[in-house]
Design a protein around this ligand. Structure first.
Ligand code: FRU
Length: 514
């Protein structure tokens, strides 16, 4: 689709729909050289509602072409999130290599039930299975959604993992239509949410060792996260086709990103040799009222997930995929900087505008503030600093630009607020607003523990686009994703160190463009 952009804040190298509302990426699959992105989509407005599966394709995860919605809302309800698989062995009988998609139909009348559809034209169009639903909750659960289906080779069977209120349920099937309950995991584990959403489940080598593999369960939770609203956590453990056993104490919480705008993160199916995750770049606290009109919702950058060991625990790193290197245009190398309290300012070339990358290695010293502040001519800034007193890295967007946009929306215009979690199947007023203080919810510093990293020097990669700053430290051991709404480009970099001991090396900035 080609629509003239009328929005100031449309990102340049992040996927956004041409118009309409987008939330979760779902059903992503790689097949025959094409990445398919499906997503929660409202083609009729730029707020949540009328859920369809929107569709876009790409050969490199960055140049996306939006196609017609692939699965439209029907009499069973909204088409909620889910996943898809390539049926390599024709287990379902729709043909070898058919794409089979699973989604939740959601309505007040029928509740949340799992449905199936298949495509034999490379994911362009889907036929809904006439026997839908293929799975309903055995105990009438209200929150039962977002099916993730995967092939489990040792049992030669399909498995489905579904978020079921405060746990995840596993089911298995040999033909993708009939599903048998296997087990459940999650009660009492991790950050306990209102409910779990959008689970994912896959296997990865630990520290790159093919003989030491672990299963990872990603779950998205809302509300109740570290910085308020929605975020993504994960569990690492073993799976034997029957149960998932988590390695850690139930109380251990592992976050997949330490910003406020990383949610509904799930992985792309069928990507040989790597696991690629795609997050939605927003937070249910304010997703419906961001200062955007023609469309709403962007994805954060695609990330490659890997497992690494640190202090006897296994963690996921999430580093921007290697395809992002192709966004780099001109570059400027900046001299090594020994920073002090006052700061050293470097100006970026004018044509860098809103989209650039900033890389550096920082040795922070011992103070509470060593880092770089991205500043513009309007006095707006994003402060990124290492607080060695608290052993944290912080991104502070308190003065990043527009932060009180929520107040601009009249209360009756704000239709959705997931903090109350009601699904009323009306196109208007389907969720009630409880009071949200946008100033506090949006303008906020987020932080991550530096204990995830090793050594005293940190490698920082910042990816800045029109309305976002994504930080990846030490190859994605610390990923941090935050929206910002500056009114002019952050064209100045201010390197600072409160005790005068911090130093910056290998400082390089690239203009980024598709
Ligand atoms: C997560 C989510 C999913 C649901 C979808 C509805 O953001 O709440 O659980 O399927 O959004 O759009």
């Amino acid at each position: 689709w080609d629509v003239t952009n009328t929005d100031f804040y449309r990102p340049t190298y992040h996927f956004t729909p041409a118009y309409g509302w987008m939330n979760d990426p779902n059903g992503m699959i790689y097949k025959d050289g094409e990445y398919h992105l499906y997503f929660q989509y409202n083609p009729y407005g730029s707020k949540w509602g009328n859920m369809h599966w929107g569709h876009a394709i790409s050969k490199d995860l960055f140049h996306w072409k939006q196609l017609d919605p692939a699965i439209a809302r029907d009499t069973l309800g909204h088409i909620f999130s889910g996943s898809s698989v390539v049926d390599r062995y024709n287990t379902a009988g729709y043909g070898k290599n058919a794409i089979v998609a699973f989604y939740t139909s959601a309505s007040e009348k029928n509740g949340q039930i799992q449905c199936m559809a298949w495509s034999t034209d490379n994911g362009r169009t889907f036929t809904k299975y006439s026997g839908n639903p293929v799975l309903t909750p055995f105990d009438g659960l209200k929150d039962f959604r977002d099916p993730k289906v995967f092939w489990y080779a040792p049992m030669k069977k399909w498995y489905m993992i579904v978020s079921a209120d405060k746990e995840m349920r596993f089911y298995s099937s040999s033909n993708l239509r009939e599903w048998t309950y296997v087990s459940a995991f999650g009660k009492g584990y991790g950050q306990q949410p209102n409910q779990f959403e959008c689970p994912d489940f896959f296997e990865l080598p630990v520290d790159g060792n093919a003989n030491h593999r672990k299963w990872v369960m990603i779950v998205n939770i809302n509300p109740g996260c570290l910085f308020g609203g929605s975020a993504t956590e994960y569990f690492v453990g073993d799976f034997d086709g029957k149960t998932f056993k988590c390695d850690t104490d139930p109380k251990v919480v592992k976050w997949l990103d330490f910003g406020k705008d990383h949610y509904a993160c799930v992985t792309m199916g069928n990507t040989p040799g790597r696991v690629v995750a795609l997050p939605w770049m927003s937070n249910w606290q304010y997703a419906n009222v961001t200062p955007i009109k023609q469309y709403r919702g962007a994805n954060a950058l695609p990330r490659e997930l890997k497992l690494y060991t640190r202090n006897g625990q296994i963690y996921l790193s999430a580093d921007v995929v290697k395809e992002a290197d192709a966004l780099r245009k001109e570059s400027v190398s900046i001299d090594n900087i020994k920073a002090d309290k006052k700061g050293t300012v470097r100006q970026l070339p004018d044509n860098y505008g809103y989209a650039y990358e900033l890389d550096f290695d920082v040795t922070p010293g011992m103070s509470a503030e060593t880092g770089v502040t991205l500043c513009n001519d309007k006095g707006e800034e994003v402060k990124i600093y290492f607080d060695m007193k608290k052993n944290r890295v912080v991104m502070d967007r308190t003065k990043s630009g527009l932060t009180d946009f929520g107040k601009l929306a009249k209360p009756h215009e704000i239709e959705a607020n997931y903090d109350v979690h009601q699904f009323k199947d009306k196109n208007t007023k389907f969720r009630m607003l409880n009071s949200v203080n946008y100033q506090n919810d949006f303008a906020l510093g987020t932080w991550a523990p530096l204990s995830l990293c090793e050594g005293k020097t940190y490698t920082v990669r910042l990816m800045i686009d029109k309305c976002s700053v994504e930080m990846f430290i030490d190859g994605g051991r610390i990923p941090m994703t935050n929206l910002v709404f500056p009114t002019a480009p952050y064209n100045k970099l201010k390197f600072r160190s409160a005790d005068g001991k911090g130093s910056f090396k290998n400082v390089k900035a690239y203009r980024l463009a598709l």
